[in-house]
Structure formats: structure tokens, C-alpha cells
Design a protein around this ligand. Structure first.
Ligand SMILES: Nc1ncnc2c1ncn2[C@@H]1O[C@H](COP(=O)(O)OP(=O)(O)OP(=O)(O)O)[C@@H](O)[C@H]1O
Length: 516
């Protein structure tokens, strides 16, 4: 076995057979798994297959997944069980806005789930490519779909806790789909004796940082994340993390943002939307809509018929300018190279488990932001969390800088959102009451005519030039840099740089993975 085959950044090669499926290419990779395009030889259809592969814990030797160190065995197993349980839970639902799981099984010392292969892009990709903010009717269609999917989960007593723009998939035609529940991600954070959960900090409400009496997680936590997703797309930058807002709330109020979008783009957003976003983004869980029904009522959300024909690009109108190549086209082409695509960065901070650890989800009983510069990334997040919960810092993947970006986009390019690993207890879901959406009046807003603008920025390959560890991980610190560098060096654009070659050499010398 050659050394390079040990690294999980390598997807399984095309042609690999997994049960009745044959892998055709890599669609995406997160910190916890890889997603492949595959052909189902039994039912003669194309599918997507997600592989459980937590990058921090496991390597690949041949096709099999192996732990880097035996000490992680329990953590890996917990994540695996959660991955399987999430698949089984999702398989019970049949809703067009919730990812459908076709099959789940164990193989190669890990687990796989097969899903329909959706054609489209994530909301994160779509928002980054928009020429103008999405008009309100468009947002309402998005919200309607996601609320429907979330409501199903809430009715089953499951709070999602991981809603973010990269978990919402915009099909070329059809309703937006909620992709996953991030169960493995959350289970991996429940290691004893320190309970950690890996958060996407820009979208996670404050109660997800550390569950405490009076600040429990519940449907209101998903309301925060959903409001943050909409706010982030309008703002073209993710909202300030709740952990930072607690100390100094620099989140620009949605009303101000709406005003600016009106004057800049001529777009009108109704008071109902603005008020719902304001309430949904309240730091204090008590001041947020307590469930989706309350959020829907504030929004004055009305059922949207015909979502099966929703063409999100067409409905953006002049706000969308088709890039040369859509992700779905990319999905359809079998890749010739098997490298891990760009990962969303993560920052790991372990916080001691709080004294109070609720066993179940309970029943419900600003100033102007400095746009583009407020993102505190690892350092500030670590500081804030340290103040909040007397943290202990562990290995922390940081936030490598984005690839070179093509000439100035018509809108400010989206900031990369970041995940942070923080303490959180392991809340067990409790039954939630059904929350029917009240039939309210949808306030129509005419999509304005957009002035001609140049096509949106497209990520271009970074020219190969030698960067230092500090340049690759500018926002990392002494503690977080090693993991940041490790992650960055798994990306094709950095792999050949001297600092990565040296880093990889040292890692191989110092760290031989378990070949169990
Ligand atoms: N069923 C699908 N059809 C098409 N593409 C998909 C499908 N599932 C996932 N993808 C693609 O793969 C990418 C990674 O998927 P997903 O977010 O589920 O992975 P993950 O490892 O769970 O990531 P996360 O870090 O969010 O937990 C998605 O962003 C999407 O582009």
C-alpha cells in the first residue's frame, strides 16, 4: 500500500463497486463524509451515495476505512451509528423537500447511504453567484419548502440543528431539498467526557454552544438558523456568529439591510419578512418564534403551489446570470481526477460539558455591521468562547483562504462560513406537538428590473505559488494552525506547496495510522 492511499481526501476510484452500485465520480466532500455519483445496476438509475468518513478520525487504506488511532474507536462508532440512524429516520419520510434515503448499509468498515441524485447546486453556491439579492417571492418559495421539511422533522421530535446554506440543495427544477441532518457531525461531538458539537457558527444559535437551564435547544433553534440563512443570502455574507453577538451585537438589523437593498437594487421586502427575520435572529431563545408555526405566522407565509416546477434560476430573473457551467453539469460528467473538492473549513474548540445536561428537547414554554471585515474567524471565536465557557483548545482546523477569485463581482463575494467545534451536551429529542402552518396572506412583491451587470465572480484555479503556513491559514493561531494546515494540504491547490510537502512528510514520520 503506498502512503498516499492512506489519506481520506482521496475518494474511492471510479468503477468501485459498492453493493449493487458502481461509483462514477465524487460530488462533494465535507468534514464527515464523501458523496459520490453512482449507478444502481439493480434498478438501472443514477444515484448519490454518501460515505461516512470523518476526516479527523479516519484514513483509507485501499477501500477500507481505518482509524488513525485506536483511541478514537468509540467516537468513530458513535458517528457511524448516528449516520445509520439518520439514514433510517430520513428513509421514513417521503417529502419532496427532504432528502430521500433509498438504502443504508455497512461496508469497508464504514457506512453508506444511497439517495436520489439531485441536479442543481447548494443554496450556498447559488447565493454566491447571484447578481442581486433574491427577491422576496423567491425567498418565500425557499422558506416554504424548507419549513415543510423541517416541520416533518419537528413533528417526529427531531430538531435539525445544522441548517445552513450548504445543506439546502436547489434543484434545477423542483423544490429546494434539505440535504442532511448532520447527525454524524453532532454525534462525533458527543465524546465523553467532553461533549462537543461541531457548529456552523454563522448559523448556530447561542444555545447550541452550550446547553444550559433556560437556554435549551428546540424548534426555535432551527428558526434562528433558517433566519440566518435567509439573512446571509440577502447580505451576501453569513451573519455574525451568535457567540460574537453576545459580546457585541454588530449584526446589522434586517430592517436596515432591507432599506439598503431597496436603495441599491430597488428591491422591496415586506415588513412581515423583515420582522420575522428580526425575531428569528433574536439572540435570546425566549424572544424568538417558538416554533415553525409561529415563524410562518410572522412571515405571513402562505402555501406555495406548483413547487415541483420551481425553476429557481428563472424566478430570480435578472438577479441570476448563468455561469458558464452549472454544478449539475459538472455532476453529470465523470471526473477524470479524484481529488477532494474544497472543504468548508472548520474550527475546533472543545468546551467542557456544562453541568446541566438536559436529556430531551423541551416543549416550548444592532448596530451597523462592518461588512466584509467583521468575520472574526478562529481567533476571535476561540477568544469569545473561552470567555463564555472557559474553553480548552484542541486540534483545530482553520480557515484556509479562498481560491483566487475572478474579477470583481457585481455583489460582494460571499464569505466562507466556518464551523467551530464547541462544547454542547447531547440533547435527546423529545416529542413535539404538531405545528400546522396557519394560512396567511402572502404579500406579493414585484421583482424589480435589474440593471445590466457583469457576470458573477467564478472561482478560478489558484496559480501555483509557494505560500507559508501563515498565508495558507491566516486566521489560525498557534493551536489551530496544525490542523488547519493539515486540512488545507489535502486540497489539490496547496498539496504541492513546500510547506505542505514538508508537513505531510513530518506527519508520515510521526504518525502512523492504525491499520486495524
Ligand atoms: N443527493 C444528492 N444529490 C446531488 N448532490 C448531492 C447529494 N447529496 C450531497 N450532494 C452534494 O455533496 C455535497 C456534500 O454533501 P453533504 O452536505 O450531505 O455532505 P456532508 O459531508 O454531510 O457535509 P456537512 O459538512 O454539511 O455535514 C453537497 O454540498 C452537494 O453538493
Amino acid at each position: 500500500m503506498n502512503a498516499t492511499a492512506r489519506y481520506p481526501s482521496q475518494g474511492l476510484p471510479p468503477g468501485t463497486r459498492l453493493a449493487e452500485f458502481e461509483l462514477h465520480g465524487l460530488l462533494g466532500a465535507g468534514g464527515f463524509g464523501m458523496v459520490y455519483r453512482a449507478y444502481d445496476h439493480s434498478l438501472h438509475r443514477t444515484v448519490a451515495i454518501k460515505e461516512y468518513l470523518p476526516g479527523g478520525l479516519a484514513d483509507r487504506i485501499g477501500h477500507a476505512v481505518t482509524l488513525r488511532t485506536g483511541a478514537d474507536a468509540r467516537r468513530f462508532e458513535e458517528g457511524l451509528r448516528s449516520f445509520m440512524n439518520e439514514a433510517r429516520l430520513l428513509a421514513q419520510f417521503d417529502h419532496p423537500a427532504l432528502v430521500k434515503v433509498l438504502r443504508v448499509w455497512e461496508q469497508n468498515r464504514t457506512a453508506y447511504m444511497a439517495m436520489p441524485l439531485y441536479q442543481g447546486v447548494t443554496l450556498k453556491e447559488a447565493c454566491a453567484q447571484m447578481r442581486a439579492p433574491p427577491p422576496e417571492p423567491w425567498l418565500r418559495k425557499l422558506l416554504w419548502s424548507v419549513l415543510q421539511a423541517l416541520e416533518l422533522l419537528h413533528r417526529r421530535g427531531t430538531v435539525h440543528r445544522d441548517i445552513s446554506p450548504d445543506n439546502i440543495f436547489l434543484q434545477d427544477i423542483g423544490p429546494p431539498v434539505l440535504l442532511d441532518l448532520g447527525a454524524a457531525r453532532q454525534a462525533l461531538g458527543q465524546d465523553e467526557p467532553q461533549h462537543t458539537a461541531i457548529l456552523k457558527v454563522n448559523y448556530a444559535p447561542i444555545e447550541q454552544y452550550a446547553d444550559a437551564e433556560g437556554m435549551r435547544q428546540g424548534p426555535w433553534s432551527d428558526v434562528y438558523a433558517l433566519a440566518a440563512v435567509v439573512y446571509g443570502c440577502l447580505n451576501q455574507a453569513p451573519p455574525v456568529p451568535a457567540s460574537v453577538r453576545v459580546l457585541r451585537d454588530s449584526l446589522r438589523p434586517p430592517a436596515e439591510l432591507a432599506q439598503e437593498l431597496h436603495s441599491l437594487h430597488g428591491l422591496a421586502y415586506t415588513p412581515a419578512l423583515v420582522e420575522a427575520l428580526t425575531a428569528g435572529l433574536a439572540l435570546d431563545p425566549e424572544r424568538r418564534p417558538r416554533d415553525l408555526a409561529a415563524f410562518g405566522a410572522l412571515l405571513q407565509l402562505q402555501p406555495v403551489p406548483g413547487m415541483e416546477r420551481f425553476d429557481w434560476r428563472a424566478e430570480l430573473g435578472p438577479g441570476w446570470s448563468a455561469p458558464r457551467r452549472t454544478t449539475s453539469q459538472a455532476h453529470q460528467d465523470a471526473p477524470t481526477q479524484w481529488q477532494a473538492p474544497l472543504e468548508s473549513s472548520t474550527v475546533g474548540i472543545t468546551v467542557p460539558a456544562p453541568a446541566v445536561r438536559p436529556a430531551a428537547v423541551p416543549q416550548p414554554t444592532a448596530t451597523r455591521a462592518t461588512r466584509g471585515t467583521w468575520w472574526p474567524k478562529a481567533g476571535v471565536a476561540a477568544l469569545v468562547l473561552g470567555l463564555l465557557a472557559a474553553v480548552g483548545i484542541v486540534a483545530s482546523p482553520g480557515d484556509p483562504p479562498p481560491a483566487a477569485v475572478a474579477p470583481a463581482p457585481p455583489r460582494k463575494p460571499a464569505k466562507a462560513d466556518t464551523a467551530v467545534e464547541v462544547a454542547a451536551p447531547a440533547p435527546a429529542p423529545a416529542p413535539l406537538p404538531p405545528a400546522p402552518m396557519p394560512p396567511e396572506v402572502l404579500t406579493p412583491v414585484e421583482p424589480p428590473v435589474q440593471p445590466d451587470a457583469p457576470p458573477p465572480a467564478r472561482r478560478a484555479p489558484t496559480p501555483p505559488r509557494a505560500l507559508s503556513a501563515e498565508q495558507i491559514c491566516p486566521d489560525s493561531n498557534f493551536f489551530t494552525r496544525p490542523m488547519c494546515l493539515f486540512r488545507a494540504c489535502q486540497q489539490a491547490r496547496y498539496a504541492a506547496m513546500p510547506v505542505c510537502v514538508e508537513n505531510t512528510r513530518r506527519l508520515r514520520e510521526n504518525h502512523r495510522p492504525d491499520a486495524s
